[in-house]
Design a protein around this ligand. Structure first.
Ligand SMILES: NC(=O)c1ccc[n+]([C@@H]2O[C@H](COP(=O)([O-])OP(=O)(O)OC[C@H]3O[C@@H](n4cnc5c(N)ncnc54)[C@H](O)[C@@H]3O)[C@@H](O)[C@H]2O)c1
Length: 360
């Protein structure tokens, strides 16, 4: 079984604050809610509805994902901790009003220690159903005060991170005249292409979905299309932007990579620990994924105070400064940016979390 409590020995990394197993036999609900940290505020993270092969697999996923959310929310400058939930089942078969509402009642029992949102297998309409039983729901439909499609600020944030990387490498925060490869032109990727073209970058794309490619080509016939990820990685690029699935940076792609910068929206781009070091050894500047793709969580988190797009966009603009700060820290401390990002997140959780000790 995954280790929920961590080691009892002093000095080892603190682990999850709370992990809740939820079951409602009548509706078939089986869910796990994991709260990694509430040091900065209530935990926030989406609900993944997925046909896990076993409870153990679901638990491992929710523990990893909730920890990741704590780091992402910390560096997004939010007053929110990190949590995540998984519902075990096939959303196409098992999702029902009763199941979602039963889940909502469990979210409500946590009394605001966990806010939920959309993730793989759940949509804004599902959040509206869950919200009939719980006050602690974001990612809702626009009709219910929700923020709408989070890929808008995700793409904007990735572009801010890329500008910071360009400044670090080439001295100016612009992609003008640079050749940028966008792998995956779905919801986020196609919006990123818009920002890049507006900034004067030369864009190369690839996608397994022909319709997604055509959507970009219709608006931008000048954009070059390469057959697949392998061709993209091996082509002459200045920047590589993984915006499809995780694991794009692996033992095959990193040695072949021609780009000087990697900065994209996909979650979990590093296939395994140590890849961040391989990138640094090849002098490739890697903008940590969870930092540059935090525009989406910034967008949905804004719903908690009543959604205001301009306020959320202003916060997402700060991804530029945060990414820059991470590169500076990485250089000062002689570590890859992925390590510097984790350190900065841990520092904020501990410095700000400590203030909770001052009774008000
Ligand atoms: N949408 C958000 O707000 C958000 C926020 C944070 C992170 N992300 C991450 O960003 C990535 C993209 O998200 P999205 O919302 O645009 O998803 P999406 O499903 O709309 O787009 C992904 C695109 O990648 C393509 N693709 C899949 N496999 C591919 C492959 N092997 N080679 C090339 N293209 C491939 C798909 O056809 C699709 O067009 C995901 O990893 C997601 O987890 C998204």
């Amino acid at each position: 079984m995954p280790n929920v409590f961590g080691s009892p020995h002093k000095g080892t990394e603190p682990r999850h604050e709370q992990v809740v197993f939820c079951q409602d036999e009548a509706s078939g609900l089986r869910a796990i809610i994991a709260i990694y940290s509430t040091a900065l505020g209530p935990s926030l993270g989406g609900t993944r509805f997925y046909p896990y092969g076993s409870e153990e697999e679901a638990l491992t996923d929710v523990l990893n994902l909730s920890r990741g959310m704590a780091y992402k929310n910390a560096l997004a400058g939010l007053d929110l901790g990190g949590g995540k939930a998984v519902i075990i089942g096939d959303p196409a078969i098992d999702k029902s009003e009763a199941l979602l509402r039963a889940y909502g009642r469990f979210v409500q029992t946590l009394n605001g220690r966990y806010y939920t949102a959309c993730d793989v297998g759940t949509y804004s309409e599902d959040m509206d159903v869950i919200a009939r039983e719980s006050r602690y729901v974001t990612g809702r439909t626009v009709e219910h005060g929700g923020a709408g499609d989070s890929s808008i600020l995700t793409a904007f944030g990735v572009f801010q991170g890329m500008r910071a990387a360009a400044e670090t490498v080439w001295g100016a925060p612009t992609l003008r005249g640079r050749r940028v490869g966008v792998e995956g032109v779905g919801k986020v990727g196609h919006r990123l292409v818009e920002h890049l073209r507006e900034d004067g970058a030369e864009v190369v794309i690839c996608d397994v979905n022909e319709t997604a490619v055509e959507r970009v080509r219709t608006l931008h016939p000048e954009v070059e299309v390469v057959p697949d990820k392998d061709a993209m990685v091996r082509s002459e690029l200045d920047v590589y932007a993984p915006c499809a699935l995780g694991g794009s940076l692996n033992d095959d792609s990193v040695p072949a990579l021609k780009a000087r910068i990697v900065c994209g929206a996909a979650n979990n781009q590093l296939a395994h620990t140590g890849i961040e070091k391989s990138l640094a050894d090849r002098n490739v500047l890697y903008a940590p994924d969870y930092v540059v793709n935090s525009g989406g969580v910034i967008q949905v988190a804004d719903e908690i105070d009543g959604f205001d797009f301009d306020r959320a966009k202003a916060r997402a603009t700060r991804i530029f400064e945060t990414t820059r700060k991470i590169f500076a820290l990485a250089s000062d401390e002689g570590v890859p940016p992925a390590v510097a990002a984790d350190r900065l997140a841990e520092r904020r959780m501990s410095e700000i979390g400590r203030l909770r000790g001052i009774l008000v």
